[in-house]
Design a protein around this ligand. Sequence first.
Ligand SMILES: [Zn+2]
Length: 258
Amino acid sequence: MWTCRKCGEEVEDQFDSCWSCLAAHDPFSSRSLAQYRDVVKNLARPSNEQVESFVQHIAEAHSWYKHLPLLPPGVPFTFFVDPSAGLARILSADGSVQYEERSENDEKYRSLWMTTERYRSQFGYLAGYRGPTAPASAGTQHADAFAKGPLFGLDGNSFRIPVEIAEAGVVELTGIIHPLAARAWIWREMARKQLVRSRSWPPETGGEETLQAALLLGQQDGPDADEKLAALLLPEKRRLERTMSEAIHRMLDLAYGN
Ligand SMILES: [Zn+2]
């Protein structure tokens, strides 16, 4: 039996959603803002420098130019403070999560740049999650428990961050944050696949004019076009970095009670 977190009904184990209100079964309990602050106060507040390093790290952590839309609407990312930040997360067969220090003394982590020690010196306890909520489709097997949402680890358990933190720390990102978005072939593809149809560029960084200029450069080729694209897209890349940084500071102010 599990208890529905939304309506409080008791539900048999063979069902993965509530028979009464249809809410999906959430195996993770959330923490209130007060409880979360109690945890966070024991962790050093990330410095401004660590926030900026984390923004740059997130911007290049994956090939976002391939995996995120280049034009709005983008995809939400949520930033939070996690006592288990920088640890390896190992999913057990029963669905629980184990945390393990990534140490250079351990064979499997030796070749990684991102040992726990280096992660924490660069970014403190900052963590990021791609998406606002769980992608809840019944029967889906998640290879990674962290596909289930922004969770923080404490004493070997995983908890949902408070909704207030999720709201303060969320930002919408497009693939423009990645440096390789500035390639002529990408904009040629955008035009060819008509991916720009009824989509627009953020007005703060040039609106329609910027978008048309990018598509025009896509018709050209070579390093010269790429260089011009990089200069054209830079204001929007910087704007996205700034919104990330602002969201992280907003979240930190709330988490640390400033
Ligand atoms: Zn229910």
